[in-house]
Design a protein around this ligand. Structure first.
Ligand SMILES: C[S@@+](CC[C@H](N)C(=O)[O-])C[C@H]1O[C@@H](n2cnc3c(N)ncnc32)[C@H](O)[C@@H]1O
Length: 271
């Protein structure tokens, strides 16, 4: 007699056992949710078939939607990374030594903010504007950065723009590049871009590595100030200078930089 196949239950936070799970099981499940969400996001970007899009969006909703993804990210950050990424940025700012004229009044745009309190301890000297597609608290503005109107004067621009674990959320390589390029319109001259991606995006991708990222960013006018590879994440601080006159031809498409099995396909391109 054929054995009844046990249907795998989707991993969601409605499954309350997840919240009681042991650290290792918890880590695995939050990582599963985040990974699946990223895959679905990528699939949505790849198709123009409305039926396929609605099927994928249905699966995202069944999973718990963006809300669930964000909860998984918050819990994942606190339990597996030891906190939010802002700590590294604050530490780097202290190392750089901020000029006196801006020292008490650094403006920061936090794109894709899960919490408006990331820079709360530094609120005496960092004034944060937080935006997200799905704000989790009332101090975060509901705004898609890709649709956000750029400031038309420096008084509305920022000393720092943060893209921490946001570019890898975007499913389409071109939109990733556009997102990074767009930060320049929001930065003051010589402003800083804080950029964080999961480590495998730069250490195990067929289409991106540390050197390629440097070239890509330099073409946009960003020079690396510092960088740190932690166990799970790659942290970068870039400073905005002069962009190249034109976008290098090669950045209009993805380029193979690391071949071999077991690699991921994370890539970024420019228009
Ligand atoms: C993994 S969370 C990152 C959270 C946080 N920045 C961190 O470092 O832990 C990604 C967040 O980016 C937001 N996001 C993605 N694309 C966005 C966009 N185009 N504009 C604004 N927020 C966006 C998502 O809604 C989600 O809350």
């Amino acid at each position: 007699m054929p054995r009844a196949t046990k249907r795998k239950k989707p991993v969601t936070f409605e499954d309350t056992s997840l919240l009681k799970a042991k650290p290792a099981a918890f880590k695995k499940k939050t990582a599963q949710i985040i990974r699946r969400y990223h895959v679905l996001n990528k699939e949505v970007e790849k198709t123009s078939d409305p039926d396929k899009i609605s099927e994928l969006k249905n699966e995202m909703e069944k999973l718990g939607g963006l809300e669930l993804y964000q909860r998984a990210s918050v819990l994942g950050a606190s339990k597996t990374r030891g906190g939010d990424t802002s700590k590294w940025l604050v530490q780097e700012l202290a190392k750089i030594g901020i000029p006196d004229e801006v020292k008490t009044n650094i403006t920061l745009l936090d794109i894709g903010a899960l919490s408006s309190e990331n820079y709360k301890k530094q609120s005496a000297w960092i004034k944060t504007t937080s935006i997200d597609l799905n704000p989790r608290d009332s101090n975060i503005i509901k705004q898609d950065f890709l649709e956000m109107e750029a400031p038309n004067k420096d008084s509305n621009r920022f000393n720092i723009v943060c893209l921490s674990l946001v570019v890898n959320f975007v499913g389409d390589p071109l939109k990733r590049g556009i997102m990074i390029a767009k930060t320049r319109d929001f930065l003051l001259p010589s402003g800083y871009l804080f950029f964080v991606v999961p480590l495998p995006c730069v250490t195990n991708s067929r289409y991106l590595n540390h050197e390629y990222l440097q070239e890509f960013m330099a073409n946009l006018g960003f020079q690396q100030v510092s960088c740190h590879f932690a166990k799970k994440l790659a942290y970068y601080l870039f400073r905005l200078g002069k962009p190249a006159k034109t976008i290098q031809e090669k950045f209009h498409r993805k380029n193979l930089v690391n071949d071999g099995p077991g690699r991921n396909n994370f890539s970024m391109t420019l228009p």
